[in-house]
Design a protein around this ligand. Structure first.
Ligand SMILES: [Zn+2]
Length: 473
């Protein structure tokens, strides 16, 4: 029974709305000439055909596409250095890791080290946001990371990284206290969740992880984010071949831990067998395994089986990092198999230090184009992996990752050049990935984010942000 005057508000949709030539909800069919509205809580309240003349904000033959915000499931934003660290000439991964540690130790000696660290995190966060990522799964050693990412405007999970390779010592009290302190850094940051990152299982013993989880069972981490199966050297370490691991521990921890119990037992064929043997996996606790580049066929089958049984575990595929450092990544046939198992695979980027092109490293569309070239995946699959796939893996797939009523408005408006085909739904999906398509606007939880590539952008609670901050490094 609407009166004719109801049209004075052309968008009775919510408090705010945006129209686009194409809305790609990811779950559901692409919608031409559509408006999405949301309320002050950032919740999508309606998705309807755009009013004549209200849409789309394209000019000069350009078209607009609205997608969910992208999700990057493996980052180390504190390693946003403006350069890369090339692979070790002898192909020894522990040497590369030692170079990373040396770089971090070197900058931590500088007088403005803390300021530089905070600036690297903010710069990485804003690089991600300005390329369309609205949600990250980050690993950090810095207590300020949650506050900085909140100010940048990102959503996500930030996991506290720790190392504890000693099997014979279960003195995890200091680590437990540090993690509990880290959890307190998330108070009043509703878009960010506290996770735990035992860096890898050559750097953390399963017993130490279980002891820490036991100590934190009243307030468990949102998820566990660990490097698993990144390269063949890791497998050698599992198979009783120290091959640089002792030297790495000497650099990292100032001591050598020597043969571990698994060295004297029948070797485990793979890391997942090792973790299963020690009662770490599978688990009701959510897990994101970073890389998984050398997981065997048998391990992929095990992961798929766990998913079917309801265990929340997934792999963050970081193709460019793997290719750059190890000239190897998850084989295409394993990727194709994993794609049949919803939520098993997502897209991550790792850090600029492990990227062929540091300035592009945090751009998920660049990573998706690499996946397209290497695995032959269609744009539609890549959009799914980069949105709903990542959101599911992080345990927030009922909040973000798709444009659906009741979901939170994490969204990106893209502008497609006039000469890129964008008339049909299929063309619109492909245009999303086109290198000349640019980001026009990005919202996180319904809030339009100010974008800036400048390192002088709003930095967390540094009130003197206006003053010229030193360049990175
Ligand atoms: Zn990593």
């Amino acid at each position: 029974m609407g009166s004719p005057t109801a049209t004075t508000n052309p968008f009775p949709l919510g408090d705010t709305s945006v129209s686009a030539d194409w809305v790609l909800p990811v779950v559901g069919q692409p919608m031409a000439n559509t408006t999405v509205g949301w309320n002050t809580s950032g919740t999508i309240t309606n998705i309807v055909a755009a009013e004549a003349g209200s849409s789309p904000k394209s000019t000069g033959g350009k078209k607009t596409i609205l997608t969910p915000g992208l999700v990057n499931t493996h980052t180390h934003l504190e390693l946003t250095f403006p350069r890369t660290i090339p692979p070790d000439p002898n192909g020894i991964f522990s040497n590369w890791l030692s170079s990373v540690i040396a770089t971090v130790q070197q900058v931590s000696q500088q007088p403005n080290a803390t300021e530089q660290l905070h600036r690297r995190i903010a710069a990485g966060g804003s690089q991600a946001l300005s390329s369309g990522t609205t949600c990250v799964n980050d690993i950090t050693r810095c207590l300020e990371t949650p506050a900085i990412l909140s100010t940048v405007g990102l959503r996500g999970v930030v996991s506290w990284e720790w190392f504890h390779p000693a099997w014979d010592s279960l003195d995890t009290e200091p680590i437990t206290q540090a993690f509990q302190k880290f959890q307190q850094a998330f108070v009043n940051l509703p878009l960010l969740k506290a996770g735990l990152s035992p860096h890898s299982f050559y750097n953390v013993s399963p017993a130490a992880l279980l002891a820490l989880l036991k100590a934190c069972e009243d307030s468990p981490p949102w998820l566990i984010h660990a490097h698993v199966g990144e390269c063949n050297d890791e497998l050698a370490w599992l198979h009783q071949q120290p091959n640089g691991l002792d030297a790495l521990h000497a650099t990292m921890r100032g001591q050598i831990f020597g043969p571990q119990p698994h060295h004297s037992q029948a070797p485990f064929p793979h890391w997942l067998h090792y973790l299963t043997h020690h009662g770490v996996l599978p688990s009701q606790q959510r897990w994101v395994l970073a890389h998984g580049a050398v997981l065997s066929e048998e391990e992929w089958a095990l992961l798929a089986q766990w998913k079917q049984q309801g265990f929340p575990v997934g792999v963050s595929h970081c193709l460019q990092s793997n290719q750059w450092l190890h000239q190897h990544s998850i084989p295409c046939e394993q990727v194709n198999r994993a794609l049949k198992c919803s939520g098993l695979l997502s897209i991550g980027t790792d850090s600029p230090l492990s990227s062929p092109e540091p300035s592009q490293c945090l751009d998920i569309r660049t990573e998706a184009r690499a996946l397209q070239a290497h695995h032959g995946l269609p744009a539609e699959t890549l959009l799914q992996l980069a949105t709903v796939g990542g959101a599911q893996q992080l345990g927030i797939g009922n909040t973000i990752g798709q444009l659906t009523k009741g979901y939170q408005a994490d969204m990106v408006l893209w502008e497609v050049p006039a000469d890129v085909p964008c008339t049909t739904a299929q063309e619109a999906i492909e245009a999303w990935l086109h290198p000349q398509t640019t980001l026009k606007a990005v919202w996180v939880n319904g809030t339009l984010q100010q974008l800036s590539n400048s390192l002088l952008m709003k930095t967390h609670h540094n009130k003197s942000a206006e003053k010229r901050l030193p360049a990175l490094e």
